[in-house]
Design a protein around this ligand. Structure first.
Ligand code: BG6
Length: 467
């Protein structure tokens, strides 16, 4: 598997901590979580102070790439665009440490921690935020672009705009379709403008986008189900992937949306940028598929389980007049209601490759579990079998000719899981929050190392039929 990236991924807010250090200003997540008295990432995994140890452990674990994000509030500290040199120094050290260890830095420019000063000016509802984002990205290219060769503009535009503006479980906590459309559009515009700035700046390397990928399945083969699937594909995937990779927003989606809200956010001149500045590659975060049936009744309902076993089975998605998500009874689920369905990764990669013909990186894949970090050895066999079955799915797609170039486990070590807090653990290294944030490799850490060193030779193979 020559040149294949085997790594793991984090996000600044979820792991760094040091929220008031090094000249960092407040982010919208700090404000929201503090104000609502919710579990926060003030300390998180303390990666801000321990990144050297963490990156060394990645290296010792056989990994050759680290996907991390840059905290905008560490880099640009006010609306006027002042650059915080301490923040630049921090990421210079992170990047240099990666390179010392022979680890390829794979950088996400934005993973949800918008500076609060921009949120107060309207956040992603304000077109100006898209321009501020491009200026921030340009600072990153100028200051880190001599060493970073793989960039992505946004992590999961759909997930954070829907969660913030439609579901309301992320900041700013609204439930408003018009705002969802406006914010989403500004994010995708910012992404295309940044690809333009990257190309025009002549920076070396490649730039992509990371999408929360949910391959859509139907309950049967009827025409009604096909229509529901098309709505679901537009809702979950197409408006990100078509816009970023093909330079077009699906026409039928715009038509449907125009029945329910205004599309005045779209300026005709934007299309020149969106059409001409598409991405070099796609990053897919895969956790689960979605199975849908035709819409039957009820108002639009979006319920996400952020409470784990206390709310198991309560998740629900109904989009009025479009589709309803169903939960296959014979499948397996995590305590947070995520279906475990590795075949969806195989089929999802195939669909994405055949539709867009762009290189693909699996930028996140992993399982959240309840674990006791004080145990001598965390025997996370469930994580091992989850990763093994998903890597097997990836290998199936790759062997069929899909251009998959990397796999990033979420996550290298335990970190803050947004509204799920700290108890939902994803790491291959445990962090004992009760005992000085001590790092302890779990069984999966050693399993991943061996798997990488054997070039996936230790993966128990099962073969899917070409679908
Ligand atoms: C992805 C995000 O949606 O999934 C990560 O990019 C996130 O930031 C991960 O942590 C797992 O989701 P959660 O909600 O279980 O932490």
């Amino acid at each position: 598997m020559k040149n294949f990236l085997w790594g793991s991924a984090t996000a600044s807010y979820q792991c760094e901590g040091g929220w008031k250090e090094g000249g960092r200003v407040e982010s919208m997540w700090d404000k929201y979580l503090h104000e609502n008295n919710l579990e926060n990432g003030d300390v998180a995994s303390d990666h801000y102070h321990r990144f050297r140890e963490d990156i060394r452990m990645m290296k010792e674990g056989g990994q050759n790439s680290y996907r991390f994000s840059i905290a905008w509030p560490r880099i640009i500290t006010d609306k006027e665009g002042h650059i915080n040199e301490e923040g630049i120094d921090f990421y210079n050290e992170v990047i240099d440490t990666c390179l010392e260890y022979g680890i390829e830095p794979f950088v996400t420019i934005f993973h949800w921690d918008l500076p609060q000063y921009l949120e107060e000016a309207g956040g992603w509802l304000n077109r100006e935020t898209a321009f501020a984002y491009v200026r921030f990205a340009q600072v990153c290219f100028k200051r880190f672009g001599d060493r970073v060769k793989l960039w992505t503009t946004f992590n999961e535009p759909r997930y954070f705009s829907f969660s913030g503006y439609l579901i309301g479980n992320y900041p700013p906590g609204h439930q408003n379709l018009q705002e969802t459309v406006d914010s989403s559009y500004h994010i995708m515009l910012a992404s295309a403008m940044t690809v333009k700035a990257f190309r025009e700046g002549g920076y070396p390397g490649k730039i992509g986008i990371v999408h929360s990928f949910s391959p859509v399945y139907g309950v049967d083969d009827t025409a009604e189900t096909f229509i529901a699937m098309r709505h679901a594909e537009n809702f979950f995937n197409n408006w990100i992937l078509d816009t970023a990779a093909l330079g077009e927003i699906p026409g039928d989606l715009l038509k449907e949306l125009s029945k329910q809200c205004s599309l005045s956010v779209i300026h005709p001149e934007d299309f020149k940028i969106i059409r001409n500045y598409t991405v070099d590659f796609l990053g897919l975060n895969y956790y689960a598929r979605v199975v849908v049936k035709p819409y039957e009744s009820g108002e639009t309902t979006l319920i996400v389980n952020n409470k784990g076993k206390a709310a198991k089975g309560t998740s629900q998605t109904i989009i009025k007049n479009w589709f309803e998500q169903v939960r296959p009874m014979d499948s397996q689920y995590t305590e947070w209601d995520t279906e475990i369905f590795p075949q969806g990764l195989y089929e999802g990669i195939r669909r994405t490759w055949h539709k867009y013909h762009l290189p693909i990186y699996i930028t996140e894949n992993g399982i959240g579990l309840y674990e006791d970090a004080s145990a001598e050895m965390i025997e996370d066999s469930q994580r091992i079998s989850y990763m093994e079955s998903h890597i097997n799915a990836l290998l199936n797609a790759k062997e069929e000719g899909c251009d998959v170039r990397g796999y990033f486990a979420w996550s290298p070590f335990d970190l803050y899981s947004w509204k799920n807090g700290m108890e939902k653990r994803y790491g291959m290294v445990a962090i004992d929050y009760e005992d000085g944030l001590k790092r302890k490799p779990k069984k999966s850490y050693y399993w991943y190392k061996e798997m990488i060193e054997s070039e996936a030779g230790t993966i128990q193979r099962t073969y899917y039929k070409e679908g």
